[in-house]
Design a protein around this ligand. Sequence first.
Ligand code: SAH
Length: 401
Amino acid sequence: MPPTAKPVDLPKLKVSARGASRLKSGHVWVYRSDVLDADGAPPGSLVSVTDHRGKPFGTALYSSSSQIAIRMLAPEPVSDLSALLRERVSRAIDYRESFVRDTDAYRLIFSEADLLPGLIVDRYNDILSLQVLTQAIDANPVRAIVISELNQQINPAAIVERVDPRVRELETLPPRPSGLLQGTKASTTFTMNGVHFHYDALEGQKTGAFLDQRENYAAAAQYAHGEGLDVFCYQGGFALHMASKCKPVTGVDSSRPALEVADQNAALNQQLLRGREIEWIEANAFDLLKDYSASHRLYDTIVLDPPAFAKTKRDMDSAIRGYKELNLRALKMLRPGGILVTCSCSYHVGQADFLGMLSTAALDAHRTLRLIEVRGQAKDHPVLLNVPETSYLKCLIAYVS
Ligand code: SAH
C-alpha cells in the first residue's frame, strides 16, 4: 500500500445495506458477505468505502482474505496515511500517559480501540512487543512508519515481533518467524503494582504477560486473605499479588514452562514474600478441583482465570458448562467469609451470561454471594463503545458466605 496514495486513486468499495447500517451504528468492520463490489482492491490496500448508491463512508484498510474485509480508518478521505498513522500512535501513547499508573508494562496500542485496526503493541519496561494482525499493517511501508514513531516516542532498547502463524494463514500472508525487529535485548524485568516479573520475548510460550488483568490483580489483592488458591495461574500474576495478604498461596496450571517462570517470579519478589513460599502445582485444573472439593479442602480466597472457553458463538453452551463446573467446585471449597475472584476472557460469553452462570453455581453450591466488584479489562485495553468486540474480559469479585 503506497502510504501517500491520493484519495482519488483509491479503490472504491461498495457495501450492502447491512454493511452500511453496521457502519452507521459506529462499528468499524464490514464482513466480506456485505461487500458488493471490491473494485479490484489489492490485498492490504487503503480503500474508500461507499454504500450501494455511492454515498461515502470514509477510508478503510482492506483485507482480501479475512472474513472482516473492511476495517474503517477514518470517516473522511485520507490523503497522508503516514501522518495519520503517526498521529494515532502518538494519541495512543498520550492516552496511556493519562490513565495508566503503577506499571512499566502495559498495552500501548490496542488495535481497533486505538483506531489502529490490526496492530497491537505491548510495552514490557524497555522492550516493545508488536503483533501484526492484518494484511494492511503487515505492509512494509506501514511497519516502517509505526516502528519509526514508536522509536521517536518511546526509544525502546528492543522491539520484538510476536507472530501468530494462524493469523498469517487467515490473512494469506507468507510465514514469518517471531523475533527481534530491532536491538539485541530480548529479556527484561517489569513491575506492576510493586510486583516484579520476568519477561523473555524469545523463550517459552512467547505470550508475554496477561497485562489486561493488571488492575484486577490489585483489586483481588485488596480482598485476599487466609489460604489462597490461584487456579490457571500461568506465570503467577494473581498468586504473587495475593502473597502479601495470604498464607499460604498455591498456584495451579497445566503448563510446566509457565510454572517455571512463576517460580522465577517468586524469587524476584523475596522482599514481598518475606520468606514465604508459593507452592506451584502442575495439574489439570478440572481434575484438581474435582479431587480437592471431593476431599473437602478449604480455602479463603480462590481465583479462577481459565483460558477462553468460547472461541466462537457456537461454543457458548459448552463454555458456560465449563465455567459453571469450575465455579461450583470453587464455591464448595471456600470457607464462610471467603473471596471468589472469577474471570472469563471469552468475548462470546457476555457479562450477563457470566453473571447468570455464577448465580446458578451459587444456587447449586448452596452459598450466598455478594458481588463486591464487577470488573473488566485494565484501562490500557480500552473498550471502544460502539465496537463491542473490544470488550472481552470479565472479572467478578464476590464475598461468599
Ligand atoms: N491468571 C493468569 C492467566 C491465565 S491464562 C495471569 O493472570 O497471568 C490461562 C492459563 O490456563 C494458561 O497458563 C494455561 O496454561 C492454563 N490452562 C489451560 N488449560 C488448563 C487446564 N485444563 N488446567 C490447568 N491449567 C490450564
